[in-house]
Design a protein around this ligand. Structure first.
Ligand code: KG4
Ligand code: ZN
Length: 358
């Protein structure tokens, strides 16, 4: 029987310090031998957002313990690993540096291959931890820093169909939570309080919903939430109505844009049968899952979401991406450095800033 590939994964791109040991199994999915995530919610809560220097310091304080715990729990020693993978970008430079350097050091001292992972590729491949996914598939990445539709043609082969031209979706959730004083981290709190509100109470803008292909925009929606939030003056029910209306508007936008993206995907790949993968932190949102699943029923394709524990940042997806790259012999050397910006499709146009024509 062929030896099963096993990787140590390390993730420190933002505010989660994470390490995991993953082994490929006979089904072509993953055995999760360990998956340790230490969130820095307490550190950043009082500031209402991630403070890069504090995040980097917390990574430095925790990383050794987290890696040791992941190794101990997996019952696999470094010597038995096939390689080490660590997130190399995109993200906060001071944070990425911690994980990348320790990953490189472990690999160098144990004479193992080292692979620097694009965090977005980690999210893109994350459902493969539990389910075999067929290339090409349509991918919607919804996270704190990115909102994109892509065709995933294979490992390291991405074609961007659309992206946000301003805020990322997670950012819009986080800012809404902050404006409504719902708590930190924002996304899960907006989802929780939206359940108590009337989603049709406010009519909010749906920016560029009927133009610009499957590109997206959330800045105008955010400004409208800010305007309405200033009028509330402590009335909790109205606050919940605004959270519910915001989330409902997001669902309308995603539903419409996913429909456009599906059409583009079919035209470009000439495929009728395909999978639609939705991943990244915001993919944990149940109303978004339900809304996109109803589109998949209407248009007859399969929608796949990672388990909730693999939606937010984790190192299992990084180790898994490492295994996939290793199998294709895409190995890095120790000169690799961190990248704050690292698009999956390097030929995609940059869609932000003044003068953007849609
Ligand atoms: O993928 P992720 O953990 O980190 C990045 O790569 O950015 O995504 C974090 C984002 C945050 O903006 C967070 O508020 C959002 O995901 N998020 C949610 C939910 N859970 C996390 N947004 C909406 N609903 C949720 N349940
Ligand atoms: Zn992420």
């Amino acid at each position: 029987m062929a030896k099963k590939i096993t990787f140590l994964g390390i993730e420190t791109s933002c505010d989660e310090t994470a390490a995991a040991v993953i082994r490929e199994n006979d089904k072509g999915t993953a055995d999760i031998l360990s998956n340790i995530v230490s969130s820095q919610i307490e550190e950043h809560k009082k500031f209402g957002g991630v403070v890069p220097e504090l995040a980097a310091r917390a990574h430095l304080e925790n990383i050794e313990y987290i890696i040791n715990t992941a190794l101990k729990e997996s019952k696999i020693s470094i010597d038995e690993m096939d390689g080490v993978a660590a997130t190399a970008g995109p993200g906060l430079i001071v944070c990425l540096t911690v994980g990348l350097n320790i990953g490189k050091s472990i690999a160098a001292f144990s004479n193992k291959p080292f692979i620097g992972i694009n965090h977005l590729e980690g999210h893109a491949l994350s459902p493969g931890l539990e389910k075999k996914i067929q290339f090409p598939y349509l991918f919607l990445l919804i996270s704190g820093g990115h909102t994109q539709f892509l065709i995933v043609r294979g490992i390291n082969k991405y074609e961007q169909l659309g992206t946000t031209i301003d805020d990322a979706l997670g950012e819009a959730f986080d800012k809404t939570a902050k404006m409504l004083n719902l708590g930190y981290p924002g996304g899960p709190h907006v989802e929780k309080f939206a359940k108590l509100g009337d989603k049709n109470f406010f009519k909010l803008p749906e920016p560029i919903i009927n133009k610009a292909g499957c590109n997206l925009s959330f800045a105008g929606l955010k400004t409208a939430v800010l305007r309405e939030s200033k009028k509330i003056k402590g009335k909790d029910q109205i606050k919940y109505n605004l959270a519910a209306s915001f989330q409902n508007t997001i669902n309308k936008i995603l539903y419409k844009k996913a429909k456009v993206a599906v059409k583009m995907f079919k035209e470009k790949t000439k495929r009728e049968n395909f999978q639609f993968v939705v991943a990244g932190g915001v993919a944990a949102n149940k109303t978004i899952r339900n809304s996109l699943s109803s589109l998949s029923k209407e248009m007859n394709f399969e929608t796949i979401y990672p388990d909730i524990k693999f939606c937010g940042d984790n190192a299992a997806m990084i180790a898994w991406a490492g295994i996939q790259r290793f199998k294709k012999n895409i190995i890095d050397d120790f000169t690799l450095s961190v990248k704050s910006r690292w698009p999956l499709d390097k030929d995609a146009p940059y869609m932000k800033g003044p003068g953007l024509k849609l």
